[in-house]
Design a protein around this ligand. Structure first.
Ligand code: NAD
Length: 424
């Protein structure tokens, strides 16, 4: 599939073209050698695979999958695997590039990668999902490995999927390879704190940003789009901090209560019913209404390009924390900047997951596991340090948090590329 492929209906722009535009803008602002920008604007390797799966009714369906490595100059590539009907090769390439910047911004010894399979995981039985995962893993088995490319969960995949990848890889090489994948269940070498790590990183970013602005977390009203790993954990952590979570949503729509939702009850309701729709004690809202709702912090934690030039003028939040990857289009970014709305960009705001994935990889290689308080403390150190570096770069260059974060990251990758030299 090329950039000429029609865009999925929820996207306004080709995500890879958008990621390349962002990179060029950053290259100009930070005066990075155009030759390096040329190298970094492409993905190192793109693998497209066919994944034939026997379905429960006896038929065989050939799913299409991808694994893309954007860059591995600073270390093995790292990035999640997405199961979603709207996956495209260009989306996976954009997500892989963003992973390179995220790992560099956090100072992790990783490059960026991403994977995806075009499928609707909600319509697969457990058996179909397992067969799909094992066959996909077999198709990319020469691409992944603890020193090469280490997958993790993303939209539509979870710890169980990671356990199947770990098992398939390990069965093929003849011994357990804990470092091949992160986001695994605790019983097979997962790290404590990985499940809620992305949300916890977002919490640390929101809290630090509030301190910078002289406001306090517990006076805040927050709206969260998406109620999966990132969104529901963020709602839980924020409500535990006494924050008023006034709106949350899933793909079917949202629920709103200006006085604050009962988050544990909403999590239990979603677990029981599979949807938030019908949750008592709240009004129904659409996902579009949630973006424009009256709140202090808006946290998109679902899919890309939900804040656009069309709705950005009507956003009422004072701060946006990007739990999702790429939720804001560049045009929307400019509008939000002009309106003085602080945007905490994805590469900073949702990096908690890859930071604890790094901890899981280190623990797996050493076969020595840490306590939960150590994981949280080390996560806080890394995320807050990256926040402070981004904040001071933003002030020095009079630019947005996004351009500052990308600038720091791109400079780090560019420096590593220069010092290693161009092979041969
Ligand atoms: P998930 O599959 O666990 O949850 C996704 C949520 O989004 C679900 O609640 C789903 O109902 C909702 N959703 C789907 N389509 C929607 C739509 N059109 N409108 C509103 N909501 C919709 O996925 P996740 O792991 O929570 O990932 C969410 C985002 O966070 C993605 O952009 C992902 O790349 C990013 N992210 C995830 C992690 C991680 O550790 N899981 C790390 C970094 C970034």
């Amino acid at each position: 599939m090329s950039s000429a492929t029609p865009l999925p209906t929820h996207l306004h722009e080709n995500p890879f073209a958008l990621a390349q535009t962002q990179l060029r803008r950053v290259g100009e602002t930070f005066d990075v050698d155009p030759n390096l920008i040329e190298v970094l604007s492409q993905c190192k390797k793109t693998v497209e695979v066919s994944v034939p799966v026997q379905m429960d009714d006896g038929s065989v369906f050939a799913f299409q999958g991808y694994r893309v490595v954007h860059n591995m100059t600073r270390g093995p590539a790292k990035g999640g695997i997405r199961y979603h009907p709207a996956v495209t090769q260009d989306e996976v390439k954009a997500l892989a590039m963003w992973m390179t910047w995220k790992c560099a911004l956090m100072g992790l010894p990783f490059g960026g990668a991403k994977g995806g399979v075009i499928c609707d995981p909600k319509r697969l039985s457990i058996g179909e999902k397992e067969r799909l995962t094992r066959r996909y893993t077999s198709e990319i088995i020469n691409e992944i490995g603890p020193e090469k490319d280490i997958p993790a969960p993303d939209v539509g995949t979870d710890a169980q999927v990671m356990a199947w990848i770990f098992d398939t890889y390990s069965m093929n090489v003849g011994h357990s390879v804990l470092g091949v994948v992160t986001g695994k269940p605790l019983s097979v070498g997962g790290s404590v704190g990985r499940d809620g790590a992305t949300a916890r990183g977002s919490l640390y970013c929101i809290r630090t940003a509030m301190q910078k602005q002289g406001s306090r977390l517990h006076d805040t009203r927050i709206a969260i789009q998406g109620f999966g790993n990132v969104g529901s954990n963020l709602a839980r952590l924020l409500s535990e901090e006494g924050v008023r979570v006034i709106a949350v949503s899933d793909s079917r729509g949202g629920i709103h209560n200006p006085y604050g939702l009962d988050v544990p009850a909403a999590i239990a309701y979603k677990a029981e019913h599979g949807v938030l729709e019908g949750f008592p004690g709240a009004d129904a809202i659409t996902n579009e209404e949630l973006i424009e709702i009256d709140c202090d912090v808006l946290t998109p934690c679902a899919l890309e390009q939900v804040i656009t030039a069309e709705n950005a003028p009507r956003v009422r939040a004072k701060m946006i924390c990007e739990g999702a990857n790429g939720p804001t289009t560049p045009e929307a970014d400019e509008i939000l900047e002009d309106r003085g709305i602080l945007v905490l960009p994805d590469v900073l705001a949702n990096a908690g997951g890859v930071v604890v994935s790094y901890f899981e990889w280190v623990q797996g290689l050493q076969e020595y596991f840490w306590k939960e308080y150590e994981v949280h403390a080390k996560l806080n150190d890394i995320v807050v340090r990256a926040f402070e570096e981004t904040w001071s770069t933003r002030e020095r260059y009079s630019t947005s948090m996004r351009v500052a974060a990308y600038g720091l990251a791109v400079q780090r990758v560019a420096e590593a590329t220069t010092i290693r030299g161009l092979y041969p």
